[in-house]
Design a protein around this ligand. Structure first.
Ligand code: NAI
Length: 719
């Protein structure tokens, strides 16, 4: 796990060996302690180089160990022993030095990095802080402000920046280990006093208190309720104002609180769930993971509106040539400009030239005859889409995969219009499609494993988190969201204001509450869908206080807002007011308050006080309950799939782990009880009735989330 070799006579070379990233597992730590002790004891050894095998220094702690009892040598004394040794130790950083890996490098006396290496302290993303002295050593090395930035964000730092900041002493183009060995020889016998970070003080900074107050405010705002970033600031403050030993004690205390917190568990769950979701078995039992995806060189995108533009850019960024089809002349001209702009911004960031030549624009379908796959992104209108699928079946070469970006329509119905229904799959991107990470891959009952595998793989190639889901109205994300949004509307009828509902959910950790979100995406989007579903238009007479449509409670508030032309940010008015059309800063609108009061009066509704707890429970539990129905129906393979859809597509706060994980931390019995109460109070809202699966899980003793699969399987077999 850590090999020791004597090279060039006096340099002990210690190589960490734990593929794939040389994580600091118990065995690796044992290896380090053993080899370092031998090297320090050996009179022939004058200096030490630590490197990692296969061009990777060290990916940090072994996250799998976090959930069990830690065994093996603890890191802090191990790092102190390296630092305190009387022989110079040089870290030869190739590939990555993340988390504990960078902390290991920081306890070495010198650091040399390969030019493509990345360093980071990403503990904060797992709900933790760099608690193997990282929060104390980094600020002493590079100053408080730079350390705060790196530790509170967990961002990757390139070798060039690490050199500029002083994290590493040298950057090497080629053989890093050989250079590190030469370097180690050159410093043999030199005093190490000023190389030991525990002996140093942070570089002085004027107005330290004011600096920390400002940073803390910024970090709290960005953290949206996550505790780890705040603890990181406190730990770095300790480094700035306390002697090393006391700072370290503070670091350990803060870590102890974070380590067993629900937030750390949630973030670590997300870490594994993100890796898990790509491996779904199809309802047919075939696993897409074992099916070979088709190679894709050339694709077509049909319809260059909001979505088609982003999809085109994302495909090209992944190296796929695109035939981009748009029939409206004006739209086509605008789309060309927009896509070029996206690609230019993307290329500028990466210092490459924009891959504009990979796109061929076309005003008709004729240019798509030789593509490997098509992604259709025309209006959300079944008839229009059906027509396109029929035409594509004639124009495209046999065997072309036909994917649709529909956000709600029946993929199976689209498939029935295609020559080969097995080649039709839903590929539901989220706006803006070149930025948002989530991709729902919608498998129709006839979609072939190969077609699904290709969609999943293409999504991954485009940098997305691809999640395979079954075919049903709204698929997974939007199907659950409908209830969340509807509850928010009901709360307004009952006495809440948009600001109150939004702030409760923003405090929970969403970047924006439902009303701000609705204003951002346009209130008219949902209006169009409701109109098509025959829900809008009718007035509720004042003598009918029970506002019921199609047998269930319905709030027409959103429709009434739209009838006033209040479409949200784009019109400067919606649930809020904005300083101008397109304005972004939402301000409470007195007009809306009067409108709500009049509406309630008209319908004999008496406004009551609604607590923050009720806002959260009504909105979140309605959504979660639908998640259980989705699991019961096998539309999502497991809770991780739903959670990743919400984390990557809907801004669900990662530190709450996704809706299903959140339900498990609140306690399933408690969620069930609250849903029962709410359903009792609102019996005309059918989706508040607790799902059968939730009842089954509670009856099975509320197993932890990783054991739900057994209960779900049993439950499904008995339906
Ligand atoms: P959009 O209205 O912005 O764009 C649709 C484009 O398709 C228009 O430019 C239109 O001229 C073009 N078009 C219509 N018929 C065509 C044809 N026969 N050939 C070529 N082009 C044609 O619509 P948007 O928002 O881009 O939505 C497209 C699809 O993506 C819809 O199915 C929608 O449900 C889905 N979607 C939309 C999201 C959003 O946030 N806007 C999010 C996820 C999915």
């Amino acid at each position: 796990m850590a090999a020791l070799a004597l090279v060039k006579g006096s340099v002990a070379l210690i190589t960490l060996k734990n593929p794939p990233v040389n994580a600091l597992s118990a065995a690796v730590r044992e290896g380090i302690v053993y080899t370092v002790t031998r090297a320090l004891d050996d009179p022939k050894v004058k200096s030490v180089v630590i490197c990692g095998q296969n061009g990777k220094f060290c990916g940090g702690a072994d996250v799998k160990e976090f959930s069990g009892t830690m065994t093996g040598p603890p890191m802090v004394p191990m790092f102190h022993a390296i630092e305190a040794g009387d022989k110079p130790v040089v870290a030869a950083i190739e590939g990555i030095a993340f988390g504990g890996g960078l902390e290991l490098a920081l306890c070495c006396h010198y650091r040399i990095a390969q030019s493509k290496a990345l360093v980071a302290l990403p503990e904060v993303t797992l709900g933790l802080l760099p608690a193997a002295c990282g929060s104390q050593r980094l600020p002493r090395l590079i100053g408080v402000l730079a350390a705060l930035d790196i530790i509170t964000t967990g961002r990757h730092v390139t070798a060039a920046e690490a050199l500029q900041l002083g994290i590493v002493d040298q950057v090497i183009e080629d053989d890093t280990v050989a250079e590190a060995v030469k370097f180690a020889q050159s410093v043999e016998g030199k005093s190490l006093d000023d190389r030991r970070l525990c002996n140093r003080q942070c570089p002085p900074l004027p107005d330290l208190d004011a600096v920390f107050e400002r940073v803390m405010q910024q970090v709290r705002k960005r953290a949206r309720g996550a505790k780890a970033p705040v603890a990181c600031v406190q730990a770095v403050k300790g480094a700035a104002i306390l002697p090393y030993a006391e700072g370290l004690k503070l670091e350990q205390e803060l870590m102890a609180t974070l380590f067993r917190s629900d937030q750390a568990r949630a973030l670590q769950y997300c870490f594994f769930a993100e890796r898990h979701v790509g491996r779904w078995s199809l309802p047919s039992g075939a696993s897409w993971d074992t099916v070979k995806p088709r190679p894709i060189h050339k694709a077509a995108v049909i319809g260059l509106g909001t979505m088609g533009r982003g999809i085109t850019a994302a495909l090209v960024q992944a190296g796929v040539s695109v035939v981009a089809v748009e029939t409206q002349e004006q739209q086509l001209a605008e789309a060309k400009l927009a896509v070029s702009g996206m690609l230019e911004r993307w290329a500028k960031k990466r210092r490459v030239s924009p891959p504009l030549a990979l796109i061929h624009y076309s005003p008709d379908l004729q240019g798509v005859a030789d593509v490997d796959l098509v992604i259709e992104a025309v209006f959300e209108d079944m008839a229009v889409k059906e027509n396109i699928f029929r035409q594509l079946s004639v124009v495209c070469k046999p065997g072309t995969l036909l994917f649709s970006n529909t956000s709600s329509l029946d993929v199976n119905r689209l498939a029935s219009c295609a020559r080969n229904p097995e080649l039709v799959v839903g590929m539901h991107f989220f706006a803006p499609a070149h930025i948002m990470r989530l991709l729902e891959v919608v498998c129709g009952p006839r979609s072939s494993p190969e077609a699904v595998a290709t969609a999943m793989h293409l999504g991954k190639r485009m940098g997305k988190v691809s999640v395979a889901v079954g075919n049903c109205p709204g698929f997974v994300g939007n199907r659950m969201l409908v209830h969340y949004m509807e509850q928010a509307g009901f709360l307004l009828e009952e006495g809440a204001s948009p600001e109150q509902v939004d702030s409760a959910l923003e405090e929970f950790g969403f970047p924006m509450g439902p009303f701000k979100m609705s204003d951002l995406s346009g209130t008219d989007v949902g209006w169009k869908i409701r109109k098509e579903a025959g829900l809008t238009g009718l007035r509720f007479p004042p003598w009918q206080p029970k506002r019921v449509r199609q047998g269930r409670r319905y709030s027409p508030l959103a429709d009434l807002i739209c009838e006033q032309g209040r479409f949200g940010q784009k019109t400067g008015r919606g649930w809020y007011q904005y300083d101008k059309p397109g304005g972004r800063e939402a301000r409470p609108d007195p007009w809306l308050q009067t409108f709500l009061e009049e509406y309630r009066a008209e319908h004999s509704l008496v406004a009551r006080h609604i607590s923050q707890k009720e806002v959260l429970e009504r909105c979140l539990y309605a959504l979660i309950n639908e998640g259980f129905c989705i699991l019961e129906e096998g539309i999502a393979a497991g809770p991780q799939e739903i959670d990743m859809i919400y984390v990557f597509g809907y801004g669900w706060p990662r530190h709450h782990g996704g809706p299903m994980f959140y339900a498990s931390t609140v306690g399933l019995a408690s969620v069930l009880e609250r849903l029962e109460d709410y359903h009792h109070a609102h019996h005309d809202v059918p989706y508040l009735e607790p799902s059968r699966l939730l009842r089954r899980l509670v009856a099975s003793g509320c197993p932890p989330i990783h054991k739900w699969a057994e209960v779900i399987k049993k439950h499904q077999s008995q339906l």
